[in-house]
Design a protein around this ligand. Structure first.
Ligand SMILES: C[S@@+](CC[C@H](N)C(=O)[O-])C[C@H]1O[C@@H](n2cnc3c(N)ncnc32)[C@H](O)[C@@H]1O
Length: 317
């Protein structure tokens, strides 16, 4: 019998794991306890984290929801240990590749477990050659909700209150948090851009829908672009003169209105003194998310509106 237990505070509408699967997961967690080397233990935890939803009764559609709601059958039994072992094999192949290709020069690798917005605490001004990053998109993808299983099962949180700090530190605010506020505006000006007008257009949509109407979405977008401003200010601060940043970001459609987030980010970056070297679009189609697909919350996106993914290239001169 397994000694481990499912995390106490983790409640779901229907059981996250079917009984047979749960038994296997708990046996795996028992095994985890027996691993002495902390870095090896972390790899096992990561292998569990990256597979744990695949044998659960939930799936990403792309938000986390019950399999049955997406027309899929419940996951009653199946391989667990084998799936985790396969993932570990992939890790070991990556590690082997890295060891064969690692730079000759001894390099120090540091993982900073903090919000990017704390950059001044961890990074010296003008110290970074290259930034490669991808902030959240303007699609209200709820990282806290979508990673709830991982956060609970890996002991990062124990109760709902533990999410507060994460929510506060998140890039942008969740729509659910700002939709009831009277009015949230940009806290910077952007003279050569139509962003302020776009926000007004968005704000004017469906006032009869109250908190589900345009004002809530305009608040959400304004909070997002305010964080874009803080984000590019951080990039400016951290980069060496001549240093570059490559920012992967997707465009969005809110209430049927196209938001070229990549272009707005580029304009905001120029505002803080960065050079906009260019915007590349390596991926011209992207699967939409709940925002455009939901018929409750939004009007249908116009056919001509296309979601894409862009790389915004910035340089500090
Ligand atoms: C578009 S995803 C990029 C994912 C990444 N490319 C990857 O493959 O894991 C945006 C990520 O930014 C993270 N994030 C949100 N707010 C952040 C913050 N203030 N500091 C650092 N990361 C943040 C989210 O949790 C999410 O993992």
């Amino acid at each position: 019998m397994p000694q481990s237990h499912p995390p106490k505070g983790f409640n779901t509408r229907s059981p996250f794991y079917s009984p047979k699967v749960l038994h296997k997961v708990l046996i795996f967690l028992d095994y985890l306890v027996s691993i002495q080397a902390a870095d090896i233990k972390d790899l096992f935890r990561l292998a569990f984290a990256s597979t744990m939803v695949s044998y659960s009764n939930y799936s990403y559609e792309p938000s986390l929801g019950r399999r049955v709601s997406a027309g899929k059958s419940e996951f009653l039994d199946g391989l667990v240990g084998e799936v985790i072992a396969r993932k570990l094999t992939e890790f070991s192949e990556d590690i082997r590749w890295f060891q064969a290709h690692k730079p000759q020069k001894e390099t120090e690798i540091k993982v900073i477990e903090a919000s990017f917005f704390e950059y001044e605490k961890y990074l010296a001004a003008g110290s970074i050659d290259l930034i490669i990053t991808s902030p959240p998109y303007l699609n209200n993808y709820h990282y806290n909700r979508n990673t709830r299983p991982h956060l609970y099962w890996l002991d990062f949180v124990e109760q709902p209150g533990d999410f507060k700090n994460l929510e506060h530190a998140n890039f942008g605010k969740y729509w659910q948090t700002v939709r009831e506020q009277a009015r949230l505006d940009l806290d910077f000006c952007l003279p050569n851009s139509d962003l302020p007008q776009k926000l007004e257009l968005l704000r004017a949509q469906k006032p009869e829908k109250g908190i589900y109407g345009g004002n809530g979405w305009a608040n959400y977008a304004a909070a997002y672009f305010n964080d874009c401003y803080k984000f590019v200010s951080g990039i400016y601060y951290a980069l060496k003169p001549g240093g570059s940043a490559l920012v992967v970001i997707g465009n969005s459609i809110l209430q049927g209105i196209l938001m070229p987030t990549d272009q707005y980010l580029g304009a905001i970056a120029q505002k803080v003194g960065l050079e906009l070297v260019g915007i590349d679009i390596p991926r011209a189609t992207r699967v939409g998310n709940s925002i455009i697909q939901s018929d409750v919350r939004t009007v249908k996106a116009k056919k001509s509106h296309q979601l894409y993914e862009a790389i915004v290239e910035l340089r500090k001169v």
